[in-house]
Each structure stands twice: as C-alpha cells, then as structure tokens.
Design a binder for this molecule. Structure first.
Ligand code: NDP
Length: 342
C-alpha cells in the first residue's frame, strides 16, 4: 500500500491531502536493488515545504502530485540483488517511499546496527537519527556552549524531536539553566520532570515574555530556535550581549507564503545588532562528515540514560496523513513515528 500527495498552497495541511492506494511492487529486482519491508516511517516539518510546488529550499524537491510520497524510513531487507546488503539487514533512508514494502536502490540506503539503539529501531528516525544529529550539531556548531560559563539556554519547540534532545544536550554540555517553550502543560511537565529541564513555558497560556523573565533571571545566552515568529521575538528580546541563536527551524511560518528563513521584524533585527548576537542559518545536511561520529555519540548517551527519548507512535500506513497533520499542530510529544510492521 502506498501514499500519494496533492499540491496545496499556503494553508494548514489536512489528512485529506493524502490518499492510500493498493499497488503491486515489482515484479523484478534489478541489479543493485533490494526489496525492503518497512518497519517505521517518519513525518517531519520539512515535508510541509515539499507539499508546495516551490519548496522554498534548493535542496528540497516538491512531492509530485499523485506520486508516492517519500521521507525518512527504516526497515529490513527481504530480497537483495546487491553486494553490500543481505537479507535481514536493517537499513534506513531519507528517501523511503511511504509503502509497506518497496524496491530501493542500494545507493539510497544506509545499513544500521540495531545494537546502537538497544533494539529500539525507531530511534534511527529520531534521537539516534536526523533529529538527534540536528540537535547535537546545532548546539555544537552554532551554540558556543561553554562548561562553567554560567549560560542559560532556551529551546523553542522544546517537547519535539529536535528540541527535546537539544535541551538535554545543553544540560550535558554544561549550561546552568535550560528552559523549554512548548504548547501544553503536559509537555511542560514532561520537560521538567522527565527530561531534566530547569523550567518550561507553555506559550499557549499567558504572556511568554513574562514567564521567560521568571524562568531566566540572568537573561538568555543561547537560543535553540525551532519555531520563529512572535515566540522567537520574545526570546531574542531577553538575550544577553554576545549571545547565540541556533537557527534550526521556523515551523510557525511554514504554512505561510514567505521565503526561508522568514524576515525578522525591525525590533528583533535591531536587538540582534545592538547586542552582537549571532544568528547563522544551520542545516544538518551541511555536516555529513560529522554524522557518523554524531550517531555514535547519541547512541552512547541514549544507552547510558544521559539522554531520554520520547516518542509518539501511531500504527498503520493509512494513518500517515493524520500523523503528519497532528505533528504540525503539536499532537506529538517527542518524535512522531508511524509503525508500519513488526
Ligand atoms: P517536532 O517534533 O518539534 O514537531 C513540530 C512541533 O512544532 C509540534 O509538536 C509543535 O509543538 C510545534 N509547533 C507547530 N506549530 C507551531 C507554532 N505555530 N508555534 C510554535 N510551535 C509550533 O519537529 P522536529 O523536531 O522534527 O522539527 C523541529 C524544527 O526543527 C522544525 O522547525 C524543523 O523544520 C527544524 N529542523 C531543522 C533541521 C535543520 O537541519 N536545520 C533538521 C530537522 C528539523 P507545540 O505543542 O510546542 O506547539
């Protein structure tokens, strides 16, 4: 079974933008191909950009109208006609078709070792995969976190896949305070009680600026920005001189007709300049040479329990569209995963 996308323009995605079809895979494996059974699929915010004819990013191709949708996936090789992969190997790809079984070229697949995640295969799509690397490399490449420097880090989208890991890495790397911003009281509770954040702010309740002032009495030194918009304006207004914004994502703007990164308001632009705050664009795919070591580091932290992993798992390929739209509205705590088969 597979999924097909439809072009939508600058509005909220809804499950009706997707449909499920029965299709026959094959019939023949070509040289260099494998047949894989899908175990887990990922839905991610960047996919919203792939729903537009113009994705706004040169590295993202739009999903074709009525073509099978693709994205991050992990599964097991069932048939192989290539040298490097054998039956029962576990593999992952950024270009996994939303299909229960699919034919894939060997060059699009990476072999993964289940012991890196103690058998939690879905972690390869989250904490020990692309979102985990985004958190790790974002903090390390752009955050300037220094042990003993008494820094306060704020993370927006803090209860999501990247944010929940980024905040924990901030703590491991030596920030004195790590404060999360997210969209529900339950998410705030999880951040503080389960993940060790110092405090959390629900942006849907009360004034973010006032709550931040209470949570960050010494101001903000490092800001891991997943959302942009008014939340980020409020954080940047409370940043200290020589602070650093990790410009990871701007999900609050993804349903709008604006380029990436979206323009800042004059006041925020002025605050960045007058306080000498860096705000460089960060892209995890620009650091491919650091991915292998990053995965090993993340795996070690997760297995030692230094970093806790949260997931929201939905069952069944027929629920891909529902899971994607839910994630875009905050229905997930941790990484949104779809379980396709055992
Ligand atoms: P998440 O797991 O964080 O899911 C998205 C979350 O965004 C939702 O759960 C929701 O949580 C929040 N959200 C949705 N709409 C809004 C809004 N209008 N205002 C504030 N929060 C909102 O997704 P990811 O961790 O996969 O991605 C997080 C960010 O990181 C995205 O911006 C994404 O584009 C970016 N990213 C960047 C990469 C890079 O290389 N730069 C790589 C991977 C991701 P809530 O309940 O808190 O609203």
């Amino acid at each position: 079974r597979q999924y097909a996308g439809r072009v939508v323009i600058h509005s909220l995605p809804v499950p009706g933008h997707f449909r499920v079809e029965e299709a026959i895979v094959g019939p023949f494996l070509k040289e260099g191909q494998v047949l894989v059974r899908t175990l887990f699929l990922s839905v991610d915010p960047y996919m919203r950009c792939r729903m537009n004819d113009d994705t706004g990013a040169e590295y993202l191709a739009p999903w074709g109208l009525s073509e099978c949708v693709d994205g991050g996936g992990v599964g097991v090789v069932e048939l192989s006609r290539c040298e490097s992969l054998s039956v029962d190997d576990m593999v992952t790809s950024f270009n996994w078709h939303w299909q229960t079984q699919c034919l894939m070229d060997e060059k699009l697949l990476q072999k993964v070792e289940p012991q890196l995640v103690d058998g939690h295969i879905s972690y390869f799509l989250g904490a020990v995969g692309m979102p985990g690397l985004t958190a790790l490399l974002g903090v390390r490449e752009k955050g300037h976190v220094t042990e003993g420097a008494n820094q306060t880090m704020v993370v927006s989208g803090a209860a999501g896949a990247c944010g929940s890991i980024a905040g924990q890495i901030g703590r491991v790397d030596g920030c004195t305070r790590v404060v999360g911003i997210c969209g529900s009281d339950e998410k705030c509770r999880v951040l503080v009680e389960d993940l060790g954040f110092s405090a959390a702010v629900n942006y849907r309740q009360g004034d973010v600026a006032t709550a931040l002032k209470e949570s960050c009495p010494d101001g903000v030194d490092v800001y891991f920005d997943n959302v942009g918009g008014p939340i980020s304006d409020a954080v940047i207004a409370q940043m200290n001189n020589d602070g650093h914004v990790i410009l990871c994502g701007q999900i609050s703007q993804y349903n709008k007709d604006v380029p990436y990164p979206p323009p800042l308001c004059d006041e925020t632009q002025e605050a960045l300049q007058s306080k000498n705050i860096t705000r460089e664009r960060f892209m995890v795919l620009n650091y491919m040479e650091k991915h292998e070591a990053g995965i090993i580091q993340l795996s070690q932290w997760v297995r030692e329990g230094q970093i806790k992993v949260l997931e929201t798992v939905v069952d069944g390929i027929e629920n891909m569209g529902v899971a994607f739209c839910s994630m875009m509205k905050g229905g997930n705590i941790g990484k949104q995963i779809i379980k396709i088969s055992d």
